[in-house]
Design a protein around this ligand. Structure first.
Ligand code: FAD
Ligand code: EPU
Length: 342
């Protein structure tokens, strides 16, 4: 068990945008006990201002110097804690890499997360925005979440219902923002897989791969192929995935827009609103492939903003604001950022 404190260190390697921000105070911890000690020792300072860092793949640092005390979660461990006829219950520490966990599940025949292959970041961040891709959201497999309350210095257990998951939303991202450090997540994984191949390109990809016998492995491989073909690899071009959420608008507004733009892409939400493909709106507004200095809008996926090398966070943020204004002007839709801005 250990805790490591450092001062004035660069976070460039700790964020997928590759932004060079300096943290005045930085501490990593690899157990709940070392987290507790860290918070005991620096309580006043941490309470004043802090930032919890996981894999840094959904964050944009806009200031060259961070006054927030950066708390880097490195708690490790994956454990099968119980099983019944249908499911495995698996407890995973927050600092485990998400995709490595998915691969571990596939190797063990634990089904349910294969569609979420290749999402960067850590397990501890997965409930924060209820990560999702290819027809699955992490809420579909979460049983409970354990988290440490920084102000009260207490450990809490949250049920699925407490988390109030929504599209890229949870209690941790809204009403409890910054209050808790998630320490572990318990997942419910299926013994008998329920294959979800109806989303977009999965079926085409499986056919292209010549797959006739479905398995969680083949679905994972298909998802990896699709993602690799359009999402930039952060180790090559800095990015944080989708910069904006896909907006929800009323059916009436959608129909009116469809009259003007027959190609507009939308899907019906359960509550009757329409989810519009923000990538399409941004592309249509002319931003796809745009670049100013080293800040850009990805040429293969307009929803992804990129850092070609030396952009700073405020340049990326400025570009995002221009895109928001332009989409608002042309379509009357206000895009909301998905990425956390610091
Ligand atoms: P960080 O970026 O480190 O943190 C994100 C937020 O969570 C911050 O507010 C941070 O304070 C908070 N946080 C992190 N860990 C903890 C913790 N233990 N306790 C409390 N708060 C914490 N997302 C999707 O949903 N679907 C996708 O398909 C997807 N594709 C992506 C593709 C690429 C190429 C990239 C770069 C990103 C993509 N993302 C996607 C976004 C990102 O992978 C997820 O949001 C991921 O969950 C972030 O994890 P992280 O550990 O890197 O979090
Ligand atoms: N589209 C365009 N132009 C573009 C980009 C997309 O017209 O430049 C169209 C596509 O042709 C498609 C539709 O928009 O018809 C949707 O595109 P895609 O399937 O690529 O998905 P997305 O809506 O852009 C969402 C998530 C991703 C997730 C994928 C796959 C959000 C904000 N993003 O992207 O999540 O991986 O679906 O399920 O919901 C993330 O959150 O960081 C992320 C990458």
């Amino acid at each position: 068990m250990s805790m490591q404190i450092a001062h004035n260190i660069s976070l460039k390697k700790f964020n997928s945008f590759g932004i060079d921000a300096i943290a005045r105070n930085y501490a990593s911890f690899n157990s709940v006990q070392s987290l507790t000690e860290l918070i005991e020792d620096h309580h006043a300072q941490i309470l004043q201002s802090h930032f919890i860092l996981g894999g840094g793949s959904n964050i944009l640092f806009t200031k060259p110097l961070l006054n927030e005390f950066v708390l880097k979660n490195e708690i490790k461990g994956i454990q099968l804690i119980r099983e019944d006829d249908e499911q495995f219950f698996v407890e995973v520490a927050a600092g485990e890499n998400w995709h490595q966990f998915v691969l571990h599940c596939i190797q063990n025949g634990w089904a349910g997360v294969e569609n979420l292959s290749l999402i960067p970041g850590n397990v501890g961040a997965s409930p924060i925005q209820n990560i999702g891709a290819y027809g699955v959201e992490v809420r579909d497999v979460i049983e409970s979440v354990q988290a440490y309350h920084i102000a009260e210095k207490t450990l809490h257990h949250f049920s699925f219902t407490d988390c109030a998951f929504g599209y890229r939303e949870s209690s941790f991202k809204s009403k409890w923002k910054n209050q808790f450090v998630i320490t572990k997540v318990v997942f419910r994984l299926n013994k008998k897989p329920v294959y979800k191949t109806n989303y977009g390109a999965i079926e085409n990809e499986l056919e292209k791969m010549g797959i006739t016998n479905l398995s969680i492995q083949s679905i994972s491989d298909a998802v990896i192929n699709i993602r690799s073909s359009k999402l930039p690899d952060p180790t090559v071009i800095g990015n944080a995935g989708s910069f904006f959420k896909n907006p929800a608008i009323s059916k009436e507004q959608f129909e009116a827009l469809k009259n003007q733009h027959p190609q507009i892409i939308g899907f019906q939400n359960q509550n009757g609103t329409m989810k519009v493909a923000a990538g399409w709106l941004i592309e249509k507004a002319g931003w796809k492939g745009y670049r100013l200095g080293d800040a850009g809008c990805h040429a293969l996926q307009a929803l992804v903003l990129v850092n070609y090398g030396k952009a700073n966070g405020s340049e990326i943020l400025e570009l995002s604001e221009k895109i928001i204004h332009s989409v608002q002007d042309q379509f009357g839709i206000l895009l909301e950022k998905e990425v956390n801005i610091l």
